[in-house]
Ligand binder design. Sequence first.
Ligand code: HPA
Length: 272
Amino acid sequence: MDYYDKVTQAADAVRAQCQVVPQIAIVLGSGLGDFANSLTDAVHMPYGQLPHWPASKVIGHEGKLVVGTVKGRTVAALAGRSHLYEGHDMGTVTFAVRVLGLLGVKTLILTNAAGGVNTSFSQGALMVIDDHINLMGANPLAGPNDERFGPRFPDMTEVYSSRLRKIADQAGRAIHLLLPHGIYAALLGPSYETPAEIRYLRTIGADAVGMSTVPEALVARHMGLDVLGISCITNMAAGVLPQPLDHAEVMETTRRIRGQFIALLEGVIVQL
Ligand code: HPA
């Protein structure tokens, strides 16, 4: 069975369990999965019960697709994603987004935990991603192109929709948050960066650094979805502060901003 058929089977399995097919989907980053539990009239689909769906084993990633209602809109929320650093290939990492695209999702909100490269950011800030720099050393669109998904050479001049970025700003203002904007640099991981790498990232124009989101954004644009990216600055990047980085700090920050994060997402969704 080819990749397209596997994606189709997974999409059919999701469709069979939903009353209403979602047009909005949200991928929830490390520690941010709680949003999935705020959906009402929800159908919970553990990844293990969906055909061909990869499991995520990272702490802080639950591993389920939830389709439910937020502010009257039907939304698909993914608590847990696959990462390249887990040893998965790009097809696996972007499988979920391919399924969402075939399901008919039009708007994809990608969220992540990220390190703050821009020293004007504060820990716990929610950054609107204006653009990205792919330093993962791989592109999910490499290899034979399946025209059923999209074109061979997709344009990437506006990966993150300016319309959706304005909507995010508006949603931020409504909860008294002035959201910083910035450039997200994606690295393979799983080790955190060295201070020299962070200085390099700053030089090339990055404001935040992480290990996800970019493959999903590329695939989403390949399929013509509109993308919004939001990074939770869970920690200052390596070398900014005189202390080492650890995943527990990432989780602690996401726990602290949980309420704000959910309010922001709700504020975006009502405007869609
Ligand atoms: N670097 C890379 N990925 C991350 C970081 C970081 O500092 N924080 C959360 N995810």
